[in-house]
Ligand binder design. Sequence first.
Ligand SMILES: O=C(CO)[C@@H](O)[C@H](O)COP(=O)(O)O
Length: 265
Amino acid sequence: MNLFYAQGVYFVKRAGMGALRQEMGLHVVSIPGSQISIRINNVILPKIFYMAIVAPSLLAADFLHLQHEVEMVNQSEADWLHLDVMDGQFVPNISFGPMVIEFVKKVTTKTCDVHLMIEEPSRYFEQFKKAGADHINIHIETCPRLHQDIQQIKAMGLKAGVAINPHNPASLLSDIIADVDIVLVMSVNPGFGGQQFIPNTLNKIREIKKLIREKGSSALINIDGGVTLGNAAEIVAAGADVLVAGSTVFGSKDPLGAIRELKKL
Ligand SMILES: O=C(CO)[C@@H](O)[C@H](O)COP(=O)(O)O
């Protein structure tokens, strides 16, 4: 169970909310910033702190010591491992593909959150599934048959995410948000790690959260790009469920400590 009690406070992990809701008749009654109140069998729990899902982005890892980096994440409190696939077409950079993910999968104990920054992603869904993807995130612009692609990912038994770029408004998600498991909000222009967080993303997170409630969606909001120990609290308070962090984790002298700090928010 993802609900636990410590020092007078109930903690809950958002990822388990769906299951908890079914098992225990649990209802979220309010989400003011990073604190939420919940009701279980009509008893309102006094205080619930939201814990963000943390997903270190392997793009910022030392690829000469990839196994060591993946094992570091295994030992950490991180929940997912974020894997950025770039084709040099949809984004100006080229990163890695299914072959690298297949090797990473042999070592990682974390959920593999694959972010496809490539043209015609549906041509490769099967390959990424075979390589070990647990989630596949696709960009709206790359999918003329977005609904169909989302359904295809889900039919393969994977979680489906839709990614939007900084210039895309939240309203673009209106017709798809009820069908997706994850909304991946780019808080930098995709292609490179180590960029500055675009501040307007905070407003966009609030708008997406509102849309999620209005449409009765259970999608998680995942923020990708420029997440630091300095801005993560604000991002979570705006309504983010997941924090992708590349440089903040792998660029740190104490990556385990950096992940621990992100989880504390
Ligand atoms: O998808 C991307 C960049 O396109 C991100 O996942 C970055 O890899 C995040 O890196 P940092 O901004 O955290 O260094």
